[in-house]
Structure formats: C-alpha cells, structure tokens
Design a protein around this ligand. Structure first.
Ligand SMILES: [Zn+2]
Length: 182
C-alpha cells in the first residue's frame, strides 16, 4: 500500500509557485464544509483543457498534446464514466503531466488511466505514483481525518463528501487505519 504525502508531491513539482498554490488550494478545499472544489477549474487554471470523449470501455482517460492548450496538453476523459471516476481521471492525468515529463513529444499519449491497458514496468510505477499522489491531493494533509470526524466512518457518505467512488473510499479508509497521518 503506497501512501504519499502532499509534501512529497510538491518536491516532485517544477519550481513553479502557481502550480503549488493551485494544488494547495484544492487540497484545502477538500476540507471545507461547502461544495467540492472543481477538478475542471483546477485543470483549466493550470492550462489544461478537459474534454469528454468516446472511449472503449475500461479506458478512463488520456493526456493528449494540444497546441491550443496553454500547458500544451488536453485531458480526455471517458464520457461514459460516472462523475466520481471522471474527477479521479482528471487529477490522475494532471499528476502525470506535472511530474512525469517526457522528452519525446509523441510519448504523451501513453499516459492512460484504465485497467485494460498493458503497462511496461516503469509505466506501472508511474501509474502507482499518479494514483498515490491523487490520494494525497484529495485525502492528504488531514483532509481524510477531517472528513471522518465530520461524517463518521460511513463509506457512502464519505465517498459523496470527497467525490470519489466507494472502492476508492474503502481503500483510503484502510490506509487511514494503517497510520495515514500525512
Ligand atoms: Zn496513468
């Protein structure tokens, strides 16, 4: 079980104050009692367009080079996925774009979120990385503990509160039990 902290994520980020600021604000927003912070607005503020796309079943999203996006990339998300899954996908692809820079401009398309994709060893490592850092963004720095103290350990309520799937929520709670204090 990989548990990563927001701090570890920040150490991997380019020395760009704005990126850190936006991610920090998003994480703080997860602790708020009001509505969930928008992943769409986060992506756009960081210069990524987000587009719903028809994809084969099981594929969640991908990062695509796009000269019209100010970051140089757009995030494509499977239009058939539910909102919680789409939220996760956008964050997952954002993390790839921010911490897994590739020098080969044509390699970006290999960043796919989805179980049906065949991964090379280092890709697998990057997939784990990306998901662990999305967890840090959504649940880290005390956000998960705050949610639990607000709603108790009701998985359904918490999944709704954090805007994640039941399965993701379950895993996060297991990690909390194993000493997630990041
Ligand atoms: Zn991925």
């Amino acid at each position: 079980m990989t548990i990563k902290s927001l701090r570890e994520l920040f150490l991997r980020l380019p020395a760009d104050g704005q990126v850190r600021h936006e991610l920090r604000s998003f994480n703080l927003g997860m602790m708020g009692a009001s509505r969930l912070p928008s992943v769409l607005e986060l992506a756009r503020r960081l210069g990524f367009d987000v587009v719903l796309t028809k994809m084969r079943k099981g594929q969640r999203g991908r990062l695509v080079q796009d000269a019209f996006a100010s970051s140089g990339y757009r995030i494509e998300v499977n239009e058939d996925d539910d909102t919680a899954t789409r939220r996760w996908t956008v964050l997952h692809e954002l993390i790839h774009a921010l911490i897994h820079p590739r020098h080969d401009p044509f390699a970006a398309e290999q960043y796919r979120a989805g179980p049906s994709h065949f991964y090379l060893e280092d890709e697998l490592e990057e997939e784990r990385d990306a998901n662990a850092f999305v967890e840090a963004l959504v649940f880290g720095d005390g956000a998960l503990a705050a949610g639990v103290s607000l709603h108790g350990r009701d998985t359904k309520k918490l999944a709704h509160y954090f805007g994640v799937s039941l399965k993701t929520m379950d895993i996060a709670l297991q990690k909390l039990d194993r000493g997630w204090n990041a």
